[in-house]
Design a binder for this molecule. Structure first.
Ligand SMILES: O=C(O)CCC(=O)C(=O)O
Ligand SMILES: [Fe+2]
Length: 626
């Protein structure tokens, strides 16, 4: 960047006693470190006052001691060159707009226009800021959900004064019919505090009080380098805004303080932090957090923390918002792709990548270390899974009902289905025709056994649209590795039935995609066929109405078949990771069940011998050394 003031126009009259032609002046390459720059906070400038103070040390020696206004004018000319033309005129217009307000509006409470810590803040907040340690900050706040900090900040008297100043400003606006700009694209009421003279005060609030907190608590989004702000109030109630839609702020860090008054409703709802790329992805249950405002109390959060405000149902609510920005962070962000230090979805993707790398490395190591054949190796791998799973089985992990996707009215736009695919009658038996090689029935679970589905955008083998609470969302489905081969083989050997704890409205759609010609699955059982026990679901195989000697189930949640342990084959839960051989690894064992009179002793011997003989603490299954 070459900073030089070689504008052809003669812009300045630097120096009270002589004119310095800007055309002949250049900024110094090295700053004059001894020079003490002026402060520019009280001037209406297009750029942050800090930029002027910093740039002043680079002024040519002859300009260092000219009047401050001349220096500001000279530096402004230079800085304007770095603004695109459109932005330059916008910035100029905005400056004029503010100037007009400030020249005409008479503040009511002048004491609000510069920070007075003793009268603004509650003592606990002041003490914590003065101590300036993470411990002192944490001692005055709670973090009820990661990245959302709640603490008392303003004294009641300060809130009241500010409310009355805002009312006074609005009265002036009404009386003078002055057309003011509203705080942002979503709030139609409220006012920009920076526009009527509170900019310097809010700058000090950010620098002296919010930046120290953010430096410690929100460092990875530029908390330490916050250098500009947008300060405004939002107003809700009758004849005001009612609520605020789901959004992210144009800020790195947002301070949101309720000033009053009397109201009900107006809760904030938070739904996870997201980078630009992931801003429209789904929400994980642990990201859901709702907060009720309390006057004088602050919420500090990342601007990218997705949120909105529910309807204020009675009274009036006024909140002060300080959107704090970091130009350094914004610049750096342009060169980054991975935001896993703060974006919930980047972080989840990263973990998934790491998991599959570890799994692949493990397998590679096993292959390298082994001189046995593949079949043996996979069996060893399966045993390892069995062992891990077996230990967890002691606690009977069971699918809680409420973990299921709430699916209403599947309105499929990407696939078309026959009417009976939407069958929701109890037990929804759809009587499909399929080849049957033995009189044994194999019952298959669906989610995390055969497929993994999610509403988060990701690589998928197929997608479909479903309606949930009146909103359409896309379901992304991944097929477990070797699913096709597995289904083809088992359909040749057994009558195959699906028994899932998911709702029919979701599963039927999905199964129609997996088995479009009704060749694989003879029957389908959905959530409504499950038994409920203590809020958990059990799959009672007797609902199939067949001899229990001739039926077995494969399920990743062994708890669901605890009514018939010896009819159950556990399989490792699958969430999309690769490689995965669990399905084909099972085939050799399944072959043994094709022509037997009773599947139970064979399954028990392979999977439950230890369990049946010592219910409470089974010895681990032997792991073959390879
Ligand atoms: O109404 C509130 O408390 C939230 C306001 C908000 O999120 C915003 O203006 O960005
Ligand atoms: Fe917001």
């Amino acid at each position: 960047m070459s900073l030089h003031g070689s504008d052809r126009r003669d812009t300045s009259s630097a120096g009270g006693n002589g004119t310095v032609a800007a055309a002949s002046l250049r900024l110094r390459l090295n700053p004059n470190k001894e020079h003490k720059p002026d402060g520019y906070e009280d001037l209406q400038l297009d750029f942050s006052p800090n930029i002027f103070s910093s740039l002043e040390r680079y002024l040519p020696p002859s300009m260092l001691n000219v009047p401050r206004d001349d220096k500001a004018k000279f530096m402004r000319e230079i800085l304007l060159k770095y603004l695109p033309l459109g932005e330059r005129s916008r910035s100029q217009k905005h400056r004029e707009y503010r100037q007009k307000i400030i020249e005409n509006y008479q503040p009511l409470h002048r004491e609000l226009y510069s920070v007075n810590p003793a009268t603004f803040f509650v003592p606990s907040f002041l003490r914590a800021i003065n101590d300036n340690t993470e411990q002192s900050f944490r001692s005055i706040m709670s973090e009820p959900s990661p990245g959302i900090f709640i603490f008392d900040i303003f004294q009641t008297n300060f809130c009241e004064l500010l409310l009355s100043e805002i009312e006074n400003f609005e009265k002036w606006v009404t009386e003078t019919k002055f057309r003011i700009m509203r705080p942002n694209t979503m709030n139609k009421y409220g006012a920009v505090l920076d526009d009527f003279g509170l900019e310097t005060m809010l700058d000090k609030l950010m620098e002296g009080f919010i930046r120290p907190l953010s430096r410690v608590l929100l460092a990875e989004v530029g908390g330490a380098t916050l250098d500009s702000h947008h300060g405004f109030v939002v107003e809700y109630g009758k004849d005001r805004d009612v609520d605020l839609g789901f959004h992210v702020d144009d800020s790195e860090v947002t301070l949101n303080v309720c000033l009053g008054k009397q109201f009900s409703g107006g809760e904030l709802f938070f739904r996870g932090i997201r980078c630009e790329k992931h801003v429209n992805t789904g929400t994980h249950s642990e990201e859901i957090f709702d907060y009720s405002h309390v006057p004088g109390r602050a919420v500090l959060h990342r601007g990218r923390h997705r949120h909105g405000a529910r309807a204020t149902t009675s009274g009036n609510r006024v909140n002060l918002l300080l959107w704090c920005r970091s130009s350094v962070f914004r610049e750096m962000k342009r060169y980054q792709k991975d935001f896993s230090s703060w974006c919930g979805e980047c972080s989840r993707e990263k973990k998934e990548r790491q998991r599959s790398t570890i799994a692949a490395t493990k397998l590679k190591k096993l292959l390298e270390a082994s001189d046995c054949n593949f079949g043996e190796l996979f069996e060893s791998f399966q045993q390892l899974y069995d062992l891990l799973w077996f230990n967890s089985f002691l606690g009977f992990p069971i699918i809680p009902f409420d973990q299921e996707l709430e699916v209403i009215n599947p309105n499929n736009s990407q696939h078309t289905f026959s009417d009976n695919s939407l069958d929701t009658t109890p037990s929804s038996v759809s009587h499909r025709i399929c080849r049957k090689r033995s009189d044994v029935t194999l019952v298959l679970d669906l989610d995390e056994t055969l497929i993994h589905s999610s509403t988060f955008p990701r690589d998928a083998d197929f997608t479909f649209t479903m309606m949930s609470k009146g909103e359409a969302s896309t379901v992304y489905v991944r097929k477990r590795p070797f699913l096709e081969e597995f289904l083809e083989k088992v359909a040749e050997m057994f009558e195959v039935v699906i028994f899932t704890a998911s709702r029919s409205s979701y599963s039927a759609t999905l199964l129609d995609i997996l088995d479009p010609h009704n060749k694989l699955f003879a029957r389908r059982f959905y959530r409504d066929s499950c038994k409920r026990e203590d809020g958990h679901c059990l799959k009672d195989l007797t609902v199939l109405g067949i001899d229990m000697a001739k039926v077995f189930i494969i399920d990743n949640s062994p708890g669901v078949f605890r009514l018939h342990v010896n009819n159950g084959i556990p399989i490792k839960s699958w969430y999309g990771e690769c490689p995965d051989y669990a399905l084909i690894d099972l085939l050799p064992f399944l072959k043994k069940l094709v022509d037997v009179d009773d599947v139970r002793p064979i399954i028990a011997a392979k999977f439950w011998k230890k369990f049946n003989s010592a219910h409470s603490s089974p010895a681990p299954l032997p792991i073959r050394r390879i």
